[in-house]
Design a protein. Structure first.
Length: 309
């Protein structure tokens, strides 16, 4: 288990490190980074989500119970975070980063780990997880940004962000293709797959480029708060909801694993676009990726012991 996690997370750490080097060595012009972030947010990440959700084989899997477990546990933890918001003692933009660090997950790590643990079945279960959590998390994050981000949104602006958000749109489009049985034309499927594959390395390099080590000492409490929620509270909530719903077996293993994944590079991109604390978000992303080396095996082992699997 430990080797599997390390092999999945090591490329992510290397790409973040590359971003740090490229930014501080001035190898690329400063104007490159905002444009790279925009490309990832509006084109590459939507391609990844749409392709993954529209192409997945979901037959003979507990789609409804797995999706319901993930959605309910995510919503429950999100409500708890909002209720405890005053206890974090941070400004609104910083809270959006804590929130994203608590609920958002890294698709690349999830799919890689699921495939390593369960093979083709793991990939299919991972697709269900993406279909359930990605729209849920993105809608929740847009609402939190609208309330606490520096770019305050009106009711019309919130609706516009929900309807036109490229990540939400791509998720619902992929789900629609899946439900209606529409297949992506073979002439464009390879292009979509390639665009989606490019989103992760570029996003992680941007995360590394955004790290500001001069302010790292101010990140301790937010990083700790989001990480405790991500690696402890979220998996516990998932197990509790799964027990009530009756989800078990490999599907439950993948559900708990997805809820204990480090936050994704898309969190940083969204923070940049919607008025969050992007440098803090980059710090949380990098820190959680390192913490995940130890925590994911612990979470999965603990869940297996508790549930006697």
């Amino acid at each position: 288990m430990i080797n599997t996690v390390i092999l999945a997370l090591l490329p992510i750490l290397l790409l973040i490190s590359l971003g740090v080097y490229l930014r501080y060595s001035a190898f690329l012009a400063e104007a490159f980074w905002p444009q790279a972030e925009r490309l990832g947010y509006f084109i590459l990440l939507p391609a990844l989500f749409f392709h993954g959700l529209s192409m997945a084989d979901l037959t003979e899997l507990p789609v409804a119970s797995l999706a319901l477990t993930l959605i309910l546990s995510t919503v429950i933890v999100s409500i708890a975070l909002l209720a405890l918001r005053p206890a974090f003692s941070v400004e609104g933009a910083a809270f959006t980063s804590i929130f994203q660090g608590s609920v958002r997950f890294n698709n690349y790590v999830g799919v890689s780990l699921a495939a390593s643990i369960l093979g083709a079945q793991g990939i299919a279960l991972a697709a269900i997880c993406n279909a359930a959590i990605v729209p849920t998390v993105n809608i929740l994050c847009v609402l939190v940004f609208a309330r606490y981000g520096t770019a305050r949104l009106s009711a019309r602006g919130i609706l516009r962000q929900l309807v036109l958000n490229p990540l939400v749109m791509s998720c619902f489009a992929g789900i629609a293709f899946q439900v209606l049985g529409v297949r992506v034309p073979s002439s464009i499927e390879p292009a979509l797959r390639t665009l989606g594959a490019a989103s992760m390395p570029l996003g992680l390099i941007c995360v590394g480029a955004a790290l500001n080590f001069k302010t790292a000492r101010h990140w301790t409490k937010p990083i700790l708060s989001s990480s405790v929620t991500k690696f402890m509270i979220m998996p516990l909530a998932t197990v509790a909801v799964a027990t009530i719903i009756g989800l078990n077996g490999p599907a439950l293993t993948i559900a708990v694993m997805f809820q204990a994944l480090p936050t994704a590079s898309s969190a940083y991109l969204m923070a940049r676009q919607l008025g969050g604390d992007a440098p803090l978000m980059a710090g949380i992303t990098a820190a959680q990726t390192i913490i995940a080396f130890a925590m994911i095996p612990i979470v999965l082992t603990g869940a297996a012991i508790v549930l006697n699997q």
